[in-house]
Design a protein around this ligand. Structure first.
Ligand SMILES: [Zn+2]
Length: 461
């Protein structure tokens, strides 16, 4: 049930792109008067993705007393915002300026986020004035962005990458449709896809991270907010995968917990046109050597590079098993029950009559492995604690050879060959030296509340 959407003709695309190339410009009111205060139209500038400067030219005969910026960042799960005092000089005319750090250890506001804000001004006579609410999309000022929206998806891109943008739009729409049908849900908001031309290009727009993991992991895509995807390699399967994460979040994440990583990533890989050779190999090797991970250990993403292929391969296989054995209706039901507040074991029990251990052993038997003795799940009534929220498994990197590595089948002398269409989120590696640090880094990222799994691959070194 993977429907294909006919590609837009290149000509039509060019027309549409041209027509919407100005979409990023904010359009809100201009000069304002109130008491003795007068302003020009507010402006925003972002020379780099790590900061955003708000500016406002103000004329006030009495001189300004205070200038407060009140902003929020729109987010489907709940807007976040704040306020800050702008800097200005004394005198009848001044520029009020405030620079917001968008990426630091306390905050990550990704490129592509939509801001709504206004200034609250008070002059020395006590006159007050607020500028009208202004909305704009925060983009990386190093590039000249274009945007195009279609069927619930908006793509942002720059440079000579119309093809990448078109692939992003088509694949994201396709995934919204097919995964939405699979999980019997509809994403109630527009999905934004920021298309970078390379991982290097988008590097500065990502959260700070450690160095060691970067030597092994290459990220092709990442969901950075519930409605926002970064794509560093505009391959259809990368985009399908990341868009699937948008849908799984809507369908499955509940008030108390996110769905476990095996279900989230398994569904995302299932949404690809093919799981890719790397994951399948990781799966086959684990089954052949009877070294499979228990599902219960797969609540959070794999944190060792060498486990990545097996993790995704097994996650995919478990999801595929559920769907093939018991049908799509029950699968959608599992998401629905979890979304309504059941923990994963309770949700599985309610829909299928087994918990994660039961599913794991049924899956093992289907793969001709004997059942394992597993510890019982924690009782369903005691909720919280253990279940991990999804974090990106990849902490990207300053990569010097980023453009060639991803999907080239030729670059793997010792490790698993890569699939031809960017299908693998990660591929096996023979190195695990980074493991300890990775755990720490992932903990940091989880603490920072970064969104669902990244689409990653291992670097060859
Ligand atoms: Zn993923």
């Amino acid at each position: 049930m993977r429907s294909r959407i006919a590609p837009i003709s290149a000509f039509a695309f060019a027309l549409l792109a041209a027509a919407t190339s100005l979409a990023l410009a904010a359009t809100t009111a201009t000069t304002a008067h109130a008491g003795g205060i007068e302003t020009d139209e507010p402006r925003e500038e972002s020379a780099e993705p790590t900061s955003l400067t708000f500016m406002l030219r103000v004329r006030a005969e009495a001189g300004l007393q205070s200038a407060r910026l009140v902003y929020k960042v729109l987010n489907p799960d709940g807007d976040v915002g704040g306020s800050a005092e702008g800097a200005f000089t004394s005198g009848a005319e001044t520029d009020v300026v405030f620079t917001l750090k968008t990426i630091d250890f306390q905050r990550y506001i990704p490129v592509g986020s939509t801001f709504v804000y206004h200034w609250e001004l008070v002059d020395r006579d006590g006159d007050e004035f607020s500028t009208p609410e202004r909305e704009f999309t925060f983009m990386d000022g190093r590039y000249t962005w274009r945007s195009m929206a279609e069927g619930g998806v908006r793509a942002f891109w720059y440079g000579n990458n119309d093809n990448g943008a078109m692939t992003a739009l088509r694949a994201a729409r396709e995934a919204l449709e097919t995964v939405g049908a699979l999980l019997d849900t509809t994403v109630p908001y527009e999905v934004k896809v920021v298309v970078w031309r390379s991982e290097e290009d988008g590097e500065a727009a990502r959260q700070s991270r450690g160095v060691v993991f970067d030597q092994f992991i290459n990220t092709q895509g990442q969901r950075v907010a519930p409605d926002l995807i970064f794509v560093f390699a505009a391959a259809s399967d990368v985009i399908r995968h990341e868009t699937a994460h948008v849908v799984t979040h809507v369908a499955g994440d509940g008030p108390f917990s996110s769905i476990p990583s095996w279900l989230d990533e398994g569904t995302a890989v299932y949404a690809q046109s093919s799981p890719g050779q790397g994951y399948l190999q990781g799966l086959q090797d684990a089954v052949a050597t009877d070294t499979t991970f228990s599902l219960r250990s797969m609540g959070a993403p794999a944190n060792r590079p060498k486990d990545v292929n097996q993790f995704y391969g097994q996650a995919y296989s478990a999801v595929d098993f559920l769907i093939e054995e018991f049908g799509v209706e029950k699968f959608a039901e599992l998401y629905r029950v979890h979304h309504e507040g059941q923990r994963i074991d309770g949700a599985l029990q309610a829909v299928y009559g087994f918990d994660q251990n039961g599913l794991y052993n049924a899956w093992r038997e289907a793969n001709n492995l004997r059942p394992e003795l597993l510890t019982a799940p924690p009782t369903a009534t005691t909720a919280p604690a253990a279940e991990a929220t999804r974090g990106p498994i990849a902490l990207p990197s300053p990569d010097t050879a980023a453009t060639t590595r991803p999907v080239a089948p030729a670059d793997s002398a010792t490790a698993t060959p890569q699939p031809a269409a960017g299908a693998a989120e990660a591929a096996a590696s023979d190195s695990s030296t980074a493991a300890g640090l990775i755990v720490g880094l992932i903990a940091v990222l989880l603490a920072l509340g970064l969104g669902a799994g990244a689409f990653v691959m291992l670097r060859r070194n």
